[in-house]
Design a protein. Structure first.
Length: 182
């Protein structure tokens, strides 16, 4: 993975970290290689990662990585304290976005949190240039659905959720949202 990709990924981890408590079980949608869990070693109790690019189940004492899509790949009865979707929402087809809040609610413990980072729309243009000059991989850029970041709060509304936090970072090119299960 190119250095810029690692830097951007790690910045998303840093933004998510304050919303993960000691002993939390974390469900990471779009987990890639489980690096989020490694970055939170000593903080989380266990991590469950779901990613369509994983080919085989991977298990360590800290986490389990499962191939597939959310929610189908999540083992029945799984409940988490935190669900993370870091740079994932823009990859979910619009028809599936509408049910995302309910699906997350079903997999969260009471007072559980959903932590989301989602890029601003202009990032796609920047990524095309960076991909062309091979500074980033952006191999899933073709999956971006032109998601309007302003729609994010409408996916996680009362009576299921309340928004705890919303802000931009990385010069306004990225956005952090945190919702709490009611």
């Amino acid at each position: 993975m190119p250095a810029l990709d690692i830097y951007l990924r790690d910045q998303r981890f840093l933004k998510a970290r304050p919303f993960v408590r000691q002993g939390d079980v974390v469900l990471d949608i779009g987990c890639e290689d489980g690096a989020l869990f490694e970055s939170m070693k000593g903080v989380i109790k266990h991590g469950i990662g779901i990613d369509p690019l994983i080919t085989d189940i991977q298990e360590t004492p800290l986490f389990t990585l499962l191939p597939g899509l959310f929610p189908e790949a999540v083992p029945a009865g799984t409940k988490a304290d935190v669900i993370t979707m870091l740079a994932v929402l823009e990859h979910i087809p619009p028809a599936e976005q509408a049910r995302l809040g309910k699906l997350c609610y079903d997999h969260l413990n009471p007072k559980g949190r959903v932590v989301i980072t989602v890029p601003s729309p202009q990032v796609d243009q920047i990524l095309h240039v960076l991909q062309a000059i091979k500074v980033v991989q952006a191999e899933t850029l073709h999956e971006h659905y032109g998601f309007d970041v302003r729609q994010t709060p409408s996916l996680f509304t009362a009576p299921l959720f309340r928004m705890l936090h919303a802000r931009q970072f990385q010069l306004g090119l990225n956005n952090l949202f945190v919702f709490e299960r009611l």
